[in-house]
Structures are given as structure tokens and as C-alpha cells.
Design a protein around this ligand. Structure first.
Ligand SMILES: Nc1nc2c(c(=O)[nH]1)N=C([C@H](O)[C@H](O)COP(=O)(O)OP(=O)(O)OP(=O)(O)O)CN2
Length: 281
């Protein structure tokens, strides 16, 4: 017998790509379980499957940076903070973070199908009674309009959002004069694509002239010490923390100023949630 649960939970991660750099991603997680029915006529109570899988994914890959350890130009070593990732392709990055903020995968590249198989195999290490196999599917949300991707870390977040490089893929809606403006939505989604959003309060000054083109951010939060250095041109600096409320506010202000029109922005953070902000020129 096979049991299925679509959209059981979501994964919000960033993954390192040797052609795109830091990529934010949000995936629906669909699940199938094979096994024998118990005397109650069930393979595994839906009410128990959900927390069983969600807790394991939340404690594992969710809100981490997925690191393909065999990617070209990528080096990994232990450091004071935990682990240090250095890259050269497509650009130079140095990231240092507690181990729990990274998911190491011995691959050249990250692919959603392969990651789903890997996570299913991890779940099967200690399967629930009567379950003989688990399959996962990681599925991007279908977005017919503009979708933006970014990575960030929220220093003040008490949970896993404090990790310095986790990300999202999200809808972006922009209204002016009472109507959505698809051209502006595409323009801003394209500009934001694969950027690192950083709170200017977390930036540290680099005196080294060779690092002028680079931006360094460093903070300590409950899970430990985080450090990230990457090209300034791959970042967007906000004067506030990069919560979705402030992202929506920042976008609304920028767009209102540039277009000279009252602007309303609905910025999603991952799937099905986000913030709405309005601004005037
Ligand atoms: N009001 C806000 N709350 C939170 C924000 C935010 O910007 N505004 N941001 C975050 C994190 O950035 C996080 O990445 C959001 O992920 P989320 O999926 O909500 O996190 P959870 O794992 O806690 O939720 P699930 O239901 O397990 O998916 C957090 N909060």
C-alpha cells in the first residue's frame, strides 16, 4: 500500500551553484510512503506522519546552506566558527558558520531530485513501524508572474532564520494606481535574483584596499558566530534587518521614489506568506 501527502511541509534553503552563486530556494515537500496496513487499517496516521517528517526536515536541511562539496572551485575546512566554505566560481565567497547552518552533500552540483532522494534515504535510516520505503518530491511553487530569489540571515531571529545564508524563492506583487504592474514586478525580481540581502548594521568595515569590492558581514547570535564575505555587487544593503516586512517596505519606498507614484508591494517570503507595504514618492 502507498500513502501520499502533498505539500506536507516546505523547505527554505540557499544552495551554492558554481554558475549562479548563492541561490535562494523554496520547495513544497510531497511525500509517498510504502508499507503494510496495521490492525487499525492505516499505514501511518496522517496526524503522525506530518510531525514525524517535518520535525526531521526542520532539524536537518531546512534553513541551511546546501554545499556541494565537490563543486569546482569550492574548498571546505574546519574553523573557529565551525566550518569555512571558500569558493572561486562564479565568484569568490568566504562563509564561516556553525556546522548546523550547513548541509554538506558530496556532489558537484545540487539538484532538487537528488536532494529529495537523499533526504528520503535519511528518513529511512530509522523508519516508523510498517513503513518499507519513503519517497520525497521537492517541487518549486508554480508562479506565473515574477518570482524573486535571495539569501539572507536574521541575526535577531531566535530560530534557524539566524543562519547567515538561507534563502527563499517568492512571488512579488506590485500595485500602482490600483493595478498590478507586471513590468515593475519582473524588473525588480530580475534585479533581486540570487542577491544576498544584508542589514547595514551587520556590515564590518574592511580596511584592506584589495577588499574594496567585497562586503563583509559578521554577527554572533544564539547558534554561534557567523561570517560572510562576498562581492558587493551581489548584495543589496538595507538600512534595517532583512525581515520580509522591511523588504516590502524598502521595495515600496524605492519604487515610489523611482517612478514618482504611490506604490504598494506584497513581498512573499517563500510560499504563502509575506508582508505588504505602501509608500508615496
Ligand atoms: N514576521 C516575520 N517572521 C519571520 C520572518 C520575517 O521576515 N517576518 N522571517 C523568518 C525567517 O527568515 C524564515 O526563513 C522564515 O521561514 P519559515 O518557513 O516561516 O520558518 P519556519 O520553519 O519557522 O516555518 P515552517 O512552518 O516550519 O515552514 C522567520 N519568521
Amino acid at each position: 500500500m502507498t500513502l501520499f501527502l502533498n505539500r506536507l511541509t516546505q523547505l527554505d534553503v540557499s544552495w551554492w551553484c558554481p554558475t549562479r552563486g548563492l541561490v535562494g530556494a523554496s520547495w513544497h515537500v510531497d511525500v509517498e510512503l510504502d508499507g503494510e496496513l496495521g490492525e487499525d487499517g492505516m499505514l501511518f496516521d496522517f496526524g503522525e506522519v506530518k510531525p514525524w517528517i517535518k520535525q526531521r526536515l526542520d532539524a536537518g536541511a531546512d534553513h541551511t546552506l546546501l554545499v556541494p562539496t565537490r563543486a569546482p572551485g569550492l574548498e571546505l575546512h574546519d574553523c573557529r566558527e565551525g566550518l569555512c566554505v571558500r569558493t572561486t566560481l562564479p565568484w569568490a565567497m568566504e562563509l564561516r558558520a556553525p556546522r548546523q547552518a550547513l548541509t554538506l552533500l558530496p556532489w558537484r552540483e545540487i539538484r532538487a531530485e537528488r536532494l529529495a532522494d537523499h533526504l528520503a534515504a535519511e528518513l529511512m535510516r530509522r523508519p516508523p513501524p510498517r513503513v518499507s520505503d519513503i519517497r520525497l518530491r521537492l517541487r518549486e511553487e508554480e508562479i506565473d508572474g515574477a518570482a524573486y530569489t535571495y539569501s539572507h540571515g536574521l541575526r535577531r531571529h531566535a530560530g534557524n532564520c539566524q543562519r547567515i545564508a538561507h534563502g527563499h524563492r517568492s512571488r512579488l506583487h506590485i500595485w500602482q494606481l490600483g493595478h498590478r504592474v507586471p513590468g515593475l514586478e519582473r524588473q525588480w525580481a530580475d534585479w533581486l535574483a540570487d542577491r544576498y540581502l544584508v542589514d547595514e548594521a551587520d556590515i564590518v568595515a574592511d580596511d584592506e584596499p584589495a577588499w574594496k569590492q567585497l562586503l563583509t558581514t559578521r554577527y554572533r547570535s544564539e547558534q554561534g558566530q557567523f561570517f560572510l564575505r562576498l562581492p558587493r555587487e551581489r548584495c543589496a544593503v538595507l538600512p534595517t534587518p532583512t525581515t520580509v516586512e522591511w523588504i516590502a517596505d524598502w521595495l515600496a519606498r524605492q519604487i515610489a521614489r523611482e517612478t514618482g507614484r504611490d506604490t504598494r508591494v506584497q513581498a512573499f517570503e517563500g510560499i504563502d506568506k509575506g508582508a505588504i507595504a505602501q509608500a508615496s514618492p
